[in-house]
Design a protein around this ligand. Structure first.
Ligand SMILES: Nc1nc2c(ncn2[C@@H]2O[C@H](COP(=O)(O)OP(=O)(O)OP(=O)(O)O)[C@@H](O)[C@H]2O)c(=O)[nH]1
Ligand SMILES: [Mg+2]
Length: 465
């Protein structure tokens, strides 16, 4: 499971600025998707070898007088969900009553905490940090979220005890031995458990106990048509026999852990409720994590033709950034169209793990460019020369050329859509990366990546023993 890091602190200390920096690595490629909300409180991140989940708190008004009730509540909730808390304070303003209040909350929570002194650019760390010892939260670490100073060192310390992320091994589509991991996510009561029971088959009753904490999810292995699957259920179902009405507690963190583990995500919406704010942010996070996706709208029975049209319109309007995903309307209760779900999952997975030969990618680049050339920038035309595949699940297409940093978003989208059409990339996000060959030595450094650095350290340790 990914470590969960909460950013807490009084208003205006720079929590959101740090959040953006910590999630940027994952976020960078999301620019190609219009309509995706950027105002997030949860995010995936990875700066060094250990991937993580970050929670931003605040954005709630709290005045001079300290922090208000809503902030306290948000802080406490984030602390509960997190493994580690970063407590932010402001180097320029010194300790305030609100800082002491936050420190108190964190201490009471008992999780591992780090004291982060932000806005420290241009300051001497020892001097800037000194007064914050008084908070009793250990050694202050002075950083600048806005400028990026000491952020890597901070995260290295914070994540030291956690396992580096495994090299993601992407199975091939035809691998019969591989159990395809599917996360079923959605708000409480949208019908996730009913859908899961339907998918697995009526004859098999899903019996498992309530997971220990709200953060655990349960995995349900099953086989269908000679294919192995593992359903990751975030609903927290209880024994059906004992509890008819399932009471769920919605935990975004739990959904994120499941999304991280899965290869394909089934996002379940409720036709009666339409697309809610929570659905939009959860779906944005599926995209951010680069997972292939099937959108299932449940409870399609018993709603009028007019309501159906409304829900369809809402999907178009609110989720333009997910136009690549197949949409299925079902009734999990009656079983209507449930049979369409797994085939759509299969298609999404197939697209996500596709192999695209360099010759085909380059040929298609040429044909796209011929049909509709990239714009002139400062009198020079952007040149796109060749393309190759840079990753799978989701597919990454790397395009080499000149002035590629100037390719407008609209042109990126045009290229993505072209590739989508040609390679039938339905159901999966597609990422474009540009590499400029204006100066082949630019940005190349004789420096180990954090991963290599870590490996080197490990080896050295072993040698010394
Ligand atoms: N000088 C300096 N300013 C910073 C730094 N980090 C953030 N800021 C500024 O501080 C202000 C508040 O930053 P936010 O990231 O919105 O702070 P926040 O803690 O999320 O605030 P709330 O969500 O309202 O509680 C903004 O004007 C930022 O540009 C930094 O490292 N140095
Ligand atoms: Mg904020």
């Amino acid at each position: 499971m990914l470590p969960v890091i909460a950013l807490v602190g009084r208003p205006n200390v720079g929590k959101s600025t740090l959040f953006n920096r910590l999630t940027r690595s994952r976020d960078a490629l999301v620019a190609d998707y219009p309509g995706l909300t950027r105002d997030r409180q949860y995010g995936f991140g990875r700066l060094g070898p250990v991937p993580y989940i970050v929670i931003d708190t605040g954005g709630v008004a709290g005045g001079e007088e300290g922090i208000n009730e809503a902030m306290v509540e948000q802080t406490v909730r984030a602390l509960e969900e997190a493994d580690v808390a970063l407590i932010l304070v402001d180097a320029r303003e010194g300790i305030s009553a609100a800082d002491e209040h936050v420190a108190d909350l964190a201490r009471r929570n008992g999780k591992k905490t780090w004291l982060v002194v932000n806005k420290g650019e241009g300051l001497d760390s020892a001097i800037a940090g000194a007064e914050f010892h008084a908070l009793g939260l250990g050694e202050p670490i002075v950083v600048s979220a806005a400028h990026g100073d000491h952020i890597n060192a901070l995260m290295e310390a914070v994540l030291e005890d956690y396992e580096p992320g495994e090299e993601e091994s992407v199975p091939s589509y035809d691998d019969d031995e591989h159990a395809l991991r599917i996360a079923v996510v959605g708000r409480p009561n949208v019908g996730k458990s009913t859908l899961i029971n339907r998918l697995i088959g009526e004859d098999r009753l899903v019996v498992y106990d309530m997971p220990g904490t709200t953060r655990d999810s349960v995995s349900v292995p099953f086989e269908k048509n000679d294919r192995k699957y593992e359903l990751i259920d975030t609903a927290g179902i209880r024994r059906r026999s004992k509890v008819r009405e399932v009471i769920e507690k919605f935990s975004i963190v739990k959904a994120l852990q499941a999304i991280d583990r899965a290869e394909v995500v089934i996002a379940v919406l409720d036709a009666h409720e339409g697309v809610t704010e929570q659905d939009v942010s959860l779906l944005g996070l599926v995209l951010e994590r680069g997972r292939s996706l099937v959108i299932v709208t449940n409870k399609w029975d018993g709603i009028s033709a007019e309501q159906r049209k409304q829900v369809r319109d809402q999907l178009d309007r609110r989720l333009p950034f997910l136009d690549f995903a197949e949409r299925i309307t079902i009734s999990a209760l009656h079983g209507t169209a449930v049979g369409d779900v797994l085939p759509a999952v299969e298609r999404a997975f197939k697209a996500a793990v596709i192999d695209m030969p360099t010759t085909d990618l380059t040929r298609e680049l040429e044909s796209a460019v011929t049909a509709h050339p990239p714009p002139l920038v400062r009198g020079r035309r952007i040149k796109l020369r060749y393309a190759h595949q840079g990753g799978r699940n989701p597919p990454v297409i790397v395009i080499h050329g000149n002035q590629t940093e100037r390719v407008p978003d609209s042109y990126r989208r045009y290229l993505i859509n072209h590739y989508r059409k040609v390679f039938k990339l339905r159901g999966t996000p597609v990422r474009l990366q540009f590499k400029s060959s204006d100066n082949p030595y630019k940005g190349r450094r004789n420096k180990l990546t954090p991963r290599q650095e870590r490996r080197r350290k490990r080896l050295m340790k072993r040698v010394k023993k």
